[in-house]
Structure formats: C-alpha cells, structure tokens
Design a protein around this ligand. Structure first.
Ligand code: 2DT
Length: 215
C-alpha cells in the first residue's frame, strides 16, 4: 500500500510575538481541519517533554543558566530530534500545525547582543521547510493591553520589540510562504483567515515533495 494515499500532509507553522494568540489558533486550526476530513496534529517548539526540552524548559523558567550559543543550539537540536517523527507523519498524509519553529529560534537569539541573523540560521538549515508560515502580527502596545508578561525568560517588552524587528527581517525571505495575519481581531475572525490559508497550503503540498529550510 502506498505511504501517501492522498499525498503528503502540509507543514504549517504559526509564529508571532508573545500573546498574539498562536497556541489558541493552533488548537482551533487542528480541530477545524480534522472536522473537515483533513488529518492534522499539533506540535510545539520547544517540545519540553524530551531530555533536551527539559534543559530548555529549566532555562526558560530561570531554574538554570545556559551560555547563549549553547541554548541556541539546544533549541535547534530539539527540532532536529523530532524531524524523523515529523517526516513520518507528513508522509502518512497528516498535516502538522506547529506552534513556533526555527523562526522563533533565530528571532529570539539574534535579539541578544552579538548574534547575527546569519549565524543563528545555520543550525536549522535543512529542516523540513514549512509549506506555510502564518505570522500573527500584533503591535507591542496591543500585546501589552492583553495583560502582564509572564515570569519566564525573554518576557519583557523591550526584548520583545527587538524580537519583532528580527521577525520582520525574516519575513522578507521570498523563498518562504509567509502570510501576515492581523492578530488584533477576534479569535473567530483570525481563525477563519488562518483556516483558508491552511486549506490552500494543504492542497498545494499534496503535489510537492517536502522542501529543505534555508537551503
Ligand atoms: P512558549 O513555550 O511559551 O512558546 O515560549 N524560543 C522558542 C527560543 O528562544 N528559541 C526557539 O527556537 C524557540 C522555538 C520563545 C518559548 C520561549 O522560547 C523562545 C519563547
């Protein structure tokens, strides 16, 4: 029996600054895709359940300190360790809806002093390439209105502003299918737009092999 009865699944990534609604929208998208007969599963990075993910989680919770290059490479390693599973699912026709990916990796580390965008991208070169990257755009002032920042590392408005600039730079890359979504709207309005883009990406992906990111 063919591995791909109806073609492979699509790799759909949601990115955006903190509190733009990524996690809510990922969950709603997976549910809607399944209800319309399109197999789909959610993933998130960092995946804090693996051994590498636990090191990252302790770092984010400020329970441990890690050198900046080291933690960057751990975030990347955390994606690479899940690549075999991601490929297997995509090839079985399951679309993956991913909460953060290499773009967060580059945007957050390159927001630290002394890190270039180019250096930050290298460890993630060759990862499965997303068929669609949805960027949930939210002005820092509107993000601030959604309540206080949490207590994890990186959750300060000054840092988040630099992160947003790094994302804006990454979005200029025409080799990726970036779609910018205005996240200052209702959950349902956002969901409808995200679902439409995703359905198109799923249809297109069926006919194409999985690409390689930044290669
Ligand atoms: P959440 O679990 O709340 O999404 O926060 N991050 C994420 C990085 O610095 N590098 C990465 O590669 C990834 C995927 C963003 C996770 C925090 O970790 C940051 C916020």
């Amino acid at each position: 029996r063919s591995k791909m009865p109806c073609g492979r699944g699509a790799l759909i990534v949601l990115e955006g600054v903190d509190r733009a609604g990524k996690t809510t929208q990922c969950k709603k998208l997976v549910q809607a895709l399944i209800e319309s007969g399109r197999p789909a599963e959610m993933m998130r990075f960092p995946d804090r359940t693996t051994k590498i993910g636990q090191l990252i989680s302790a770092y984010l919770e400020k329970k441990s300190n890690l050198e900046d290059h080291t933690v960057h490479l751990l975030f990347s390693a955390n994606r690479w360790e899940l690549v075999p599973l991601m490929r297997e699912k995509l090839e079985r026709g399951i679309s993956l809806v991913v909460d953060r990916y290499a773009f967060s990796g580059v945007a957050f580390t390159s927001a630290k002093p002394g890190f270039s965008l180019e250096w930050c991208k290298i460890p993630d070169v060759g990862l499965p390439k997303p068929d669609l990257v949805l960027f949930l755009q939210l002005h820092p002032a509107e993000a601030a209105q959604r309540g206080q920042f949490g207590s994890e590392r990186y959750e300060t408005s000054d840092f988040q502003k630099i992160v947003l600039q790094r994302f804006e730079h990454l979005m200029k890359d025409p080799s990726l299918n970036w779609q910018v979504i205005d996240a200052a709207r209702s959950i349902e309005d956002l969901h409808a737009e995200i679902k439409t883009h995703s359905e198109t990406a799923i249809t297109m992906a069926k006919k194409q092999p999985i690409g390689e990111l930044w290669k």
